[in-house]
Write a protein that binds this ligand. Structure first.
Ligand code: FMN
Length: 275
């Protein structure tokens, strides 16, 4: 069955928001990028990023590169209701992360990725990779993303259809997806997906699902709208939205989660766009 995923988004996709989009049609959610070294050090703000309060289906997204740190975390990890596996961030465009050979710079480091994947799979947990098309146009043209998909053994791949240095205003390139699907690995498409036409195009290529980020913060009902083949609404039903906002605030307070998630959501709702 074709699947609909909520993308990991730092400071947006906290536990309460994940539950709300799950109730509104998302099949699987992802926690925001969390550094394994912070978890190992018991850094409180880091641990808060992977705290869960309910059984919403979730993959925990990790930024990992040091094998012994990852091994330490995974060997002590206790699965919980709703836990569906780990996701490795192989796409982050932040300069300090790229310089350290991590995030988007990891797409080329397939040997390293396989070591990290093996550590997780050894404990019988599923691991997906969220990859970009490489660091820059040159890497995209050299299809480093295809090499990454072919040479690594993750359970499945989420392909963000841009390279790391591309601006948010530049369009996503869905034409690369066919090659990815032809590897016979399971591919989920991500980037700029906000209407039924794009979903149908991606389905036809043979992807197993889509992942939505920004459009879900703007319209948290997008998953159920897409699933029922209805037109994605640009003007949200105000009563429906008010009810969701009320529910979000209540949930957020009951989870005692960082209020930044709810406040950032409200900011987007005010302007209906990302600044
Ligand atoms: C504010 C913001 C925070 C993000 N944080 C993360 C993150 O923690 N981990 C990650 O893999 N991607 C992160 N992303 C990228 C998204 O997951 C997604 O790949 C990207 O926004 C493209 O999808 P979209 O066009 O549907 O938003 C972030 C994007 C935004 C705008």
């Amino acid at each position: 069955m074709f699947k609909y995923y909520l993308a990991p988004m730092e400071d947006y996709t906290g536990p309460a928001f994940r539950k709300l989009v799950f109730q509104n049609g998302a099949d699987l959610t992802f926690s925001e990028m969390t550094r394994v070294e912070g978890i190992i050090r018991n850094n409180k703000p880091t641990l808060a990023k992977i705290q869960v309060f309910d059984n919403t289906p979730v993959e925990l997204q990790l930024l990992a590169s040091n094998e012994s740190q990852l091994e330490k975390y995974i060997s002590n990890f206790k699965p919980f209701d709703g836990f569906k596996g780990f996701n490795l961030n192989v796409c982050c465009p932040s300069k300090n992360i790229i310089v350290a050979g991590r995030g988007g710079a990891m797409v080329k480091r397939t040997e390293k990725l396989n070591k990290l994947i093996n550590i997780i799979q050894k404990e019988n947990y599923s691991v997906s990779l969220k990859i970009s098309l490489g660091l820059n146009k040159f890497e995209k043209e050299n299809k480093v993303y295809l090499k990454c998909i072919n040479e690594t053994n993750a359970n499945y791949y989420i392909v963000q259809c841009k390279y790391a240095s591309q601006k948010s205003t530049e369009p996503n390139d869905y034409s690369i997806l066919q090659d990815c699907v032809d590897t016979k690995k399971e591919i989920v498409a991500n980037g700029g997906i906000d209407n039924l036409n794009k979903v149908n195009k991606i389905k036809k290529i043979g992807c197993k699902g889509i992942m939505i980020g920004k459009a879900a913060i703007i319209n948290p009902f997008i998953f159920s709208e897409l699933k029922t083949n209805s037109k994605v609404t640009s003007n949200l039903n105000q009563k429906k939205l008010n009810d969701l906002v009320g529910e979000y605030e209540k949930l957020s307070l009951s989870y005692d989660e960082n209020e930044k998630y709810f406040q950032n959501f409200l900011k987007v709702q005010k302007s209906k766009k990302f600044e």
